[in-house]
Design a protein around this ligand. Sequence first.
Ligand code: GRF
Length: 203
Amino acid sequence: MNLVVLISGRGTNLEAIIRGINSKKIKGKISLVISNKKDAKGLKIAEKYGIKTEFIDPSLYKTREEYDLKLAERIKKENPDLVVLAGYMRILTDGFIDTFENRIINIHPSLIPAFQGLKAQKQALEFGAKFTGCTVHFVTKELDSGPIIVQAVVPVMPDDSEETLSERILHYEHRIYPQAIKWLSDGRVQVKNRHVIVKGAKY
Ligand code: GRF
């Protein structure tokens, strides 16, 4: 399975996926990592593992549509089976999502549909939730709402700060993202009326 990964920041999920590939758990390869931020730490991580990287500069495009057209063109050249969002902080346009329909996945640091959008961990803390978590899902036109592939539940501790909670959730993100990609690379994932069925999954 050929993957293109989009990032904007530190790239710890990217690294967890690379490790999943290098340990042969995931049958696939990352042909390209693209960032919309020049100084994203994740670019350095990809380079460390010998993966091709590219920075596509948003300031060169007048609109989100133009940027996403360029992004889609570049990604298409790699002919990927899957576009993986790993801390990619731009909302994708409908046109981009149509181009790669059912082939884009994302990880979100909450149990969706709770706490969609930005700062999900802070939202969980402020709401007073006792449990939150993380979700790997297919990307659809509604933000953080597509069919759910896998979730992990994480407790919120009474003395948690945004940082401690984020750290606890991140630990599970690094487990479930490679797991979901493994299932996809094994051809075990089916979507029926927004329900994801993973053949033979042991949770
Ligand atoms: C993660 O918390 C992920 O859930 C969210 O953005 C963060 C990315 O972290 N979408 P990293 O760049 O993978 O370290």
